[in-house]
Design a binder for this molecule. Structure first.
Ligand code: SAM
Length: 284
């Protein structure tokens, strides 16, 4: 059977393996894995014993050819990465490209990916988004990238390591200002899962206070310019009305004008009025 399966695996919680992924992994003749020891643990958990070879950034060209030869010889192969969906900031592109060029059948076995998992709970617009993979390691390159994204309309999504995440959020602040919304999704599906939602300013405060822990794996999701602008319009209406009317009336009128929930606008009006807490106005 000349088939290459691309199989997604959990991003933390092992219960997130799909029934189909489990079945395919137990049925294929061979598994190509980013890290054979890491995948060995998953297979042991699933009670599967199989030949596993390594496929990673440093042997991609050579390993791809070997795997294609195996498939051509009638061996069914599954590609997995350490976590989530292969090829999403993970190895596999060369293999899939070669398989396509050779006319082999490539079958997706979908499952978790940190990118989509984070977007699904972020509370940021999900109709348009751009995924940038890992942020550059150096401040200069990060800021250059952010400059290019200043007017990007959709939600901007980045992967980041715990060693650089604080520096990256400071860089976000220096290019985008402190008022854009930033969602930080940390250790999703794991014991210490944490998902914060607030302006860049509020996020930096959560880091300073230790409320947001800098440990584990991170996805950063930044509000795009369009959503930011529409929030600004909303703030403008709220601020104008607050000068004349009580908060509840302000929320009611703004809800009518914008179609946004009155409760949410009431909370925001309190923040703008500086009632919620002393310096909350700094986030507006
Ligand atoms: N292929 C994976 C996927 O589909 O999401 C991504 C692999 S990439 C090498 C690893 C990065 O993904 C981490 O550094 C982090 O940015 C993100 N990531 C993976 N698992 C995560 C989790 N459970 N919580 C938060 N971020 C995660």
């Amino acid at each position: 059977m000349t088939v290459l399966y691309v199989v997604a695996t959990p991003i933390g919680n092992l219960e997130d393996i799909s029934e189909r992924a489990r079945r395919i992994l137990s049925e294929v003749d061979h598994i190509a894995a980013e890290d054979t020891r890491h995948t060995g643990k998953l297979l042991a958990h699933l009670g599967i014993s199989k030949p596993v070879s390594s496929y990673h950034d440093h042997n991609e060209a050579q390993a791809s050819q070997k795997l294609i030869d195996l498939i051509n010889a009638g061996t069914s192969v599954a590609l997995v990465s350490d976590a989530g969906t292969p090829l999403i900031s993970d190895p596999g592109y060369r293999l899939i490209k070669l398989a396509r060029e050779r006319g082999l059948q490539v079958i997706p076995v979908p499952g978790p990916s940190a990118l989509v998992t984070a977007l699904s709970v972020a509370g940021l617009p999900s109709d348009q988004f751009t995924f940038h993979g890992f942020l550059p390691a150096k401040t200069r390159a990060r800021c250059d990238l952010f400059q290019k994204l200043l007017n990007a309309t959709g939600t901007q999504i980045f992967y980041e390591s715990p060693h650089r995440v604080v520096a990256s959020i400071h860089d976000l602040a220096s290019v985008f200002g402190e008022n854009r919304l930033l969602v930080v999704a940390r250790e999703m599906t794991k014991t210490f899962e944490q998902i914060t939602y607030g302006s860049i300013f509020e996020t930096l405060r959560m880091i300073e206070s230790g409320e947001l822990k800098i440990k584990g794996e991170f996805v950063l999701l930044l509000e795009g310019q369009m959503a930011f602008d529409s929030r600004l319009d909303e703030d403008l209406i709220l601020t104008e009305l607050l000068a004349e009317l009580p908060v509840s009336k302000v929320a009611e009128i703004t809800a009518r004008l914008t179609g946004k929930p009155r409760k949410l606008l009431y909370k925001r009006a309190l923040v703008l009025k500086g009632v919620n807490n002393g310096d909350a106005g700094a986030t507006s």
